[in-house]
Design a protein around this ligand. Structure first.
Ligand SMILES: NC(=O)c1ccc[n+]([C@@H]2O[C@H](COP(=O)([O-])OP(=O)(O)OC[C@H]3O[C@@H](n4cnc5c(N)ncnc54)[C@H](OP(=O)(O)O)[C@@H]3O)[C@@H](O)[C@H]2O)c1
Length: 242
């Protein structure tokens, strides 16, 4: 028996970085995991039920949730992790990039939470642990020049977490906000603004960044806590990020 035996989990954004590591960590701890992401080829590398889905598409997310219930059962651990970060000076930003960040980091996360909330409430009503893990960022409470819209999406995640905690906590669902600092992943690779992308890479090279597995370990640990205990807010930063 490992700490998450008998748990059924869903991880969005599981094709790379923190999501892929989290799917691996939850599987290693005994959970059965459904992995969501758009790049289907990458999902197949995981030891998980692969489901190709764009979280911005509400109907597709609900169809994916039906597949999870049919093939694995009702999830009791949902990690809404899919996200994009497209930095640019505000006056030069392409509003389509704002749409992508808001559509994925906020609306996509809402579609995910909504698609599984009844499953989480049902698990909690049976006295079992039930977790809704929302992946935010330290950008949700710190300022980063050229990343205003990204940070605003993560501030939305932080305040949504607090509100859903108030709403769902009394019914036994543990809503959590995990806020990573600098983690070396593919995040930002798709940035159109090359100077902002270059400074991100320099910034990452200038300190010992975290590994995706570090965040995944935090999520797996929090999910394995007794049902009475909610690790509601978890800030995990590289030591030298300060
Ligand atoms: N890396 C950091 O320093 C850091 C710091 C703070 C917070 N975070 C947050 O951590 C989360 C994971 O990021 P990461 O660093 O692991 O970056 P990443 O390696 O780029 O992973 C992002 C994941 O999100 C998925 N995704 C993006 N748009 C999607 C969509 N519309 N539908 C479904 N999946 C989508 C991507 O998969 P597909 O492209 O295959 O769909 C990918 O699996 C994000 O929410 C990010 O904001 C990261």
């Amino acid at each position: 028996m490992t700490s998450l035996t008998n748990r059924i989990a869903v991880v969005t954004g599981a094709t790379s970085g923190i999501g892929a590591a989290t799917a691996g960590a939850l599987t290693a701890e005994g959970a059965r995991v459904a992995a969501f992401g758009r790049r289907e080829d990458r999902l197949k590398d995981l030891d998980a039920l692969p489901i190709a889905v764009d979280v911005q598409d509400r109907d597709a997310v609900h169809a994916a949730a039906d597949r999870v219930r049919a093939e694995l059962g009702r999830p009791d651990l949902v990690v809404a992790n899919a996200g994009v970060m497209l930095g640019a000076p505000f006056e030069e930003a392409d509003p389509a990039e704002w749409d992508a960040m808001i559509g994925t980091n906020v609306t996509g996360l809402l579609h995910t939470a909504r698609a599984f909330v009844d499953d989480l409430l049902a698990a909690a009503a049976e006295g079992r642990p039930a977790d809704l893990v929302l992946v935010g960022s330290v950008g949700g409470h710190q300022t980063f020049v050229n990343y205003g819209v990204y940070c605003a999406t993560k501030a939305a995640v932080a305040h949504l977490t607090r509100n859903l905690r108030a709403e769902l906590g009394p019914r036994g669902v543990r809503v959590k906000n995990v806020e990573p600092g600098m983690v070396s992943t593919e995040l930002g690779d798709g940035m159109r603004d090359t100077s902002v992308r270059d400074s991100l890479n320099q910034w990452r090279a200038g300190l010992e960044t975290l590994r995706s597995e570090d965040i995944a370990a935090g999520i797996a640990w929090a999910a394995a806590a007794p049902a009475r205990m909610n690790v509601a807010e978890m800030i995990i930063v590289p030591t030298t990020q300060g």
